[in-house]
Design a protein around this ligand. Structure first.
Ligand SMILES: Cc1cc2nc3c(=O)[nH]c(=O)nc-3n(C[C@H](O)[C@H](O)[C@H](O)COP(=O)(O)OP(=O)(O)OC[C@H]3O[C@@H](n4cnc5c(N)ncnc54)[C@H](O)[C@@H]3O)c2cc1C
Ligand code: SF4
Ligand code: SF4
Length: 456
């Protein structure tokens, strides 16, 4: 408990303590704004901002998942002990599978397979929940929209408005009050949103944390009484608010013209070797517009515009281990030339039964997930992959400017996958995130004496 006491002490500085988190570690989840009893924190352009008087209660810092996170307690509380390597990497699961929605409207409008929307539709249709807090795209008339806002959806039709990925980071948890009145509700969010929710749930339910962090515990009693399911959307990293707008401006693209974003590939040597098929997502980032024009781009050319440090220090490596279910795309590959399935990791047996009912009702097509395609190659690559600061976090933390090492450009060309499919593909992507981003970013913050999220 000593480590928690240390943070209780720090929190007495009030918002000043939170400001040190906001500087480099904030995920923009929005939870601090829901914690302030004076309503003095607002998410301005996604950044927690003090707009009133801070009474130094420290609730914002105490609840913030990036101030410190009770990882050991979280692991004990949700879904049981992690005994195998796969458990440790993706969390203990009741089942893992790949799937796609069978309803045409859901599938066509979805980010990939539409499993997330099919699930929230089903939960609302069957009255398993009364409401879902999630993000909808602001520009509904566009095929692609990265401007999102949190909404509380209560009907299957409303939940449809939330489909597709919104690539700019968007807070959700500052709107918890809007959903708190419902008897049974679900929240859909990225791992960072889920971490905020789970930390608050622990403060509410764990006797030691409740005793220590009394203020947030009382607020949590009201906010989380009806929380039934936590649905995570997998995430490698997100982009700054307004970052994609700036990138589009530089590329001369209008968002309303975009029909595909970072989901398609240009032919690479790897594809040619694999029968030349246009196969995989996220291998090379392209934007395609209505007139059929291709705009190849690399995030590394737009680091100042898009990169957010909160994503670099994110302790969830793509999969959120604390969610009742996490839904993604990486690990859904059975063949290299297909697109449109989700990788699904179910941890709550109740949701496993829900997915079975969806299959019976022909709302969902469920398939096997490859567990072991390329295991040896994956293990070899993981071993030789260096933990290196190619992004040059050290420079960024010192100066606020991105000056990546030249090597990053060379390496980004060679991140072309391999015969590593399904779960193994996800595991290797996790290692890339850990070794190339998370570890060097945390190291740079430690070296400069800056705050970094402490896992307790
Ligand atoms: C920034 C970002 C990065 C991602 N990176 C990866 C990755 O590296 N590997 C991987 O496997 N999957 C990743 N995903 C998830 C993947 O792109 C799909 O969103 C996921 O597989 C769900 O697909 P679906 O067809 O079931 O979604 P849909 O049925 O279209 O539903 C999408 C759901 O996601 C929610 N959502 C969309 N954008 C956001 C957002 N920014 N924040 C919170 N909730 C949101 C919506 O509210 C909706 O409920 C990422 C998603 C995002 C937003
Ligand atoms: S991580 Fe969440 S709770 Fe912490 S400062 Fe950022 S928005 Fe607030
Ligand atoms: S990388 Fe982590 S912090 Fe960034 S958006 Fe994804 S889940 Fe959130």
């Amino acid at each position: 408990m000593k480590q928690f006491e240390k943070h209780l002490e720090i929190s007495k500085e009030g918002f000043a303590a939170l400001e040190r988190v906001i500087a480099f570690s904030c995920s923009r989840c929005g939870l601090c704004a829901s914690m302030c009893p004076s309503g003095a924190i607002e998410m301005k352009d996604t950044i927690p901002t003090l707009v009133g008087k801070c009474n130094k209660c420290g609730f914002c810092y105490q609840a913030c998942p990036r101030a410190f996170f009770p990882m050991t307690k979280a692991q004990q509380r949700w879904f049981g002990p992690e005994t195998t390597e796969v458990d440790r990497r993706v969390g203990r699961c009741v089942e893992r599978f790949t799937s796609r929605a069978l309803n045409d409207e859901v599938f066509e409008k979805a980010a990939t397979g539409g499993t997330a929307t099919a699930l929230t539709r089903h939960l609302l249709e069957k009255k398993l929940v009364d409401a879902v807090l999630q993000l909808e795209g602001i520009h509904q008339d566009q095929y692609f929209c990265h401007h999102a806002r949190p909404v509380v959806t209560t009907t299957p039709e409303e939940t449809q408005r939330c489909s597709r990925s919104k690539n700019q980071i968007t807070p959700i948890l500052h709107e918890l009050k809007k959903v708190a009145g419902y008897e049974k509700f679900a929240v859909v969010g990225l791992s960072c949103h889920v971490e905020g929710l789970r930390k608050l749930q622990l403060i509410k339910d764990d006797p030691e944390l409740r005793e220590m962090f009394k203020g947030p515990a009382k607020i949590a009693d009201k906010l989380l009484a009806g929380l039934k399911y936590v649905i995570a959307i997998n995430c490698f990293s997100s982009t700054k608010s307004g970052g994609i707008d700036l990138m589009f401006k530089k590329l001369g693209i209008r968002e309303e013209d975009v029909i595909k974003y970072a989901e398609d590939t240009k032919k690479s040597l790897y594809q040619v070797l694999n029968e030349g098929k246009n196969f995989l997502w996220f291998v090379q980032d392209n934007i395609i517009t209505k007139d059929g024009k291709f705009y190849p781009f690399k995030y590394i050319d737009y680091l100042d515009e898009v990169i957010t440090m909160g994503c670099m220090v994110c302790p969830s490596f793509i999969v959120c281990k604390q969610a009742d279910v996490s839904i993604g795309v990486t690990a859904s590959e059975i063949k290299l030339n297909e697109f449109g399935y989700n990788s699904v990791m179910v941890r709550n047996p109740e949701l496993s039964a829900v997915f079975s009912a969806m299959v019976q009702e022909k709302a969902l097509l469920k398939r096997h997930m490859w567990d072991n395609r390329g295991t040896l190659l994956r293990k070899f690559v993981e071993r030789v992959l260096p933990s290196k600061d190619l992004m040059n976090f050290a420079e960024y933390v010192r100066t606020g400017l991105w000056k990546p090492h030249d090597d990053l450009y060379k390496r980004s060309e060679s991140v072309q996958g391999g015969k590593i499919l399904g779960l193994q593909r996800l595991l290797i992507a996790q290692t890339v995130k850990r070794k190339m981003m998370h570890e060097p970013a945390i190291h740079a913050l430690q070296k400069e004496g800056k705050h970094f999220p402490e896992m307790i």
